[in-house]
Design a protein around this ligand. Structure first.
Ligand SMILES: NC(=O)c1ccc[n+]([C@@H]2O[C@H](COP(=O)([O-])OP(=O)(O)OC[C@H]3O[C@@H](n4cnc5c(N)ncnc54)[C@H](O)[C@@H]3O)[C@@H](O)[C@H]2O)c1
Length: 315
């Protein structure tokens, strides 16, 4: 397929790489010239990590990548020959609406439009006549390592379009999860948000340190998740135990209140995370680049191990 990727930021350049490695030709654009100029180097760096980790074969040279992904300066040029548009521009409804109008004016009617939005109901932003071929295909960062892609349409989306995108994602070796209807945050980010509410409470109310929380998550919670997920783990726990826990209401969920004192304090001190060298933890003198590379290498090693082990399959 011919893919047009709009937005070459954190997600867009990585999605261009994913679709290129998946066997498609890609045209990539960004309305910020500097961001577009930076994209080929970022893609080449990610590709090098994948080559080193054996996730991309040796034929994937930088030259092959450059001939598969073309950077374009205009909407019209980007849309040339496109079968699928991957929209990964900034998360602002006004800007997405404006881009959809430009696309509507220029793209042939057969083109499928897939938004990577994290939380916006983009369907009302799309001109009516495009809605049957509009859906969300939401990826996780970095999408060349994290395989999940949430696929969801509106009630106006043609089911055949959802199936085309589901198959395209699966054929690239990725894992599409087709949701029955749109909800902001999909599944993984909603579960993560619930975890975030709880960890904020544990920190803000003085029950545990960030280190304690990550020890509990990494050595307790996480070990089972890669093979059992959450629902299959419940079957191994035994459902009556969960029922009893619910009946006695021993666990009261944290109430969202829109902010976290601990988080506000860190940010006010300039501790914004890996990019500033400090967040909940001190990341020492290593550059963000080095830290991302180390994370990616470990993720790759874990992916390989998980592939070997496989998940618990239901009968
Ligand atoms: N950051 C994440 O972890 C993540 C994960 C999944 C989904 N998303 C979603 O992906 C989308 C992009 O997020 P991001 O993190 O890559 O943001 P980003 O800010 O890194 O990149 C967005 C890019 O869009 C460009 N842009 C804005 N208007 C444009 C237009 N009309 N045409 C072309 N380019 C335009 C900007 O110049 C910018 O480079 C958002 O919808 C976001 O919700 C982000």
């Amino acid at each position: 397929m011919k893919i047009a990727v709009f937005g070459a930021g954190l997600m867009g350049h990585a999605l261009a790489l994913v679709h290129a490695l998946g066997g498609h030709t890609v045209r990539l654009t960004d309305n910020n010239a500097e961001t577009l100029a930076r994209a080929p180097k970022l893609m080449a760096t990610a590709l090098a990590t994948l080559r080193e980790g054996g996730e991309a074969d040796a034929t994937w040279t930088d030259a092959r990548l450059a001939s598969t992904v073309t950077c374009c300066n205009t909407v019209a040029e980007t849309l040339q020959g496109a079968d699928l548009i991957v929209e990964a521009i900034i998360e602002r409804p006004d800007l997405k609406r404006a881009l959809y109008a430009e696309i509507d004016a220029l793209a042939p009617m057969h083109v499928i439009i897939a938004s990577n939005t994290s939380g916006l109901d983009i369907f009302p932003l799309m001109p009516e006549r495009r809605q049957p071929r509009t859906l969300i295909a939401h990826w996780y960062t970095p999408p060349y390592l994290v395989d999940l892609c949430d696929v969801v349409g509106s009630e106006k989306t043609d089911p055949a379009v959802i199936e085309t995108v589901r198959k395209l994602v699966a054929d690239m070796g990725k894992v599409p999860v087709v949701m029955k209807k749109f909800i902001p945050g999909y599944i993984a980010n909603r579960v993560q948000a619930a975890i975030g509410l709880e960890t904020d409470r544990l920190i803000n109310e003085g029950y545990a340190s960030p280190r304690d929380i990550d020890d509990a998550i990494i050595y307790g919670l996480a070990l089972r998740i890669p093979i059992l997920g959450h629902m299959a783990k419940a079957d191994f726990t035994g459902l009556p135990m969960i029922q009893n826990g619910m009946r006695s209401s021993t666990y009261q969920p944290a109430t969202p209140h829109g902010r976290s004192e601990a988080l506000d304090k860190l940010i006010a001190e300039g501790r914004t995370g890996v990019m500033s060298g400090k967040g909940y933890f001190d990341w020492g003198t290593r550059s963000p680049d080095e830290l991302f590379r180390e994370r990616d290498r470990k993720l790759l090693a874990l992916k390989r191990a998980l592939r070997d082990i496989g998940r618990m399959e239901e009968t």
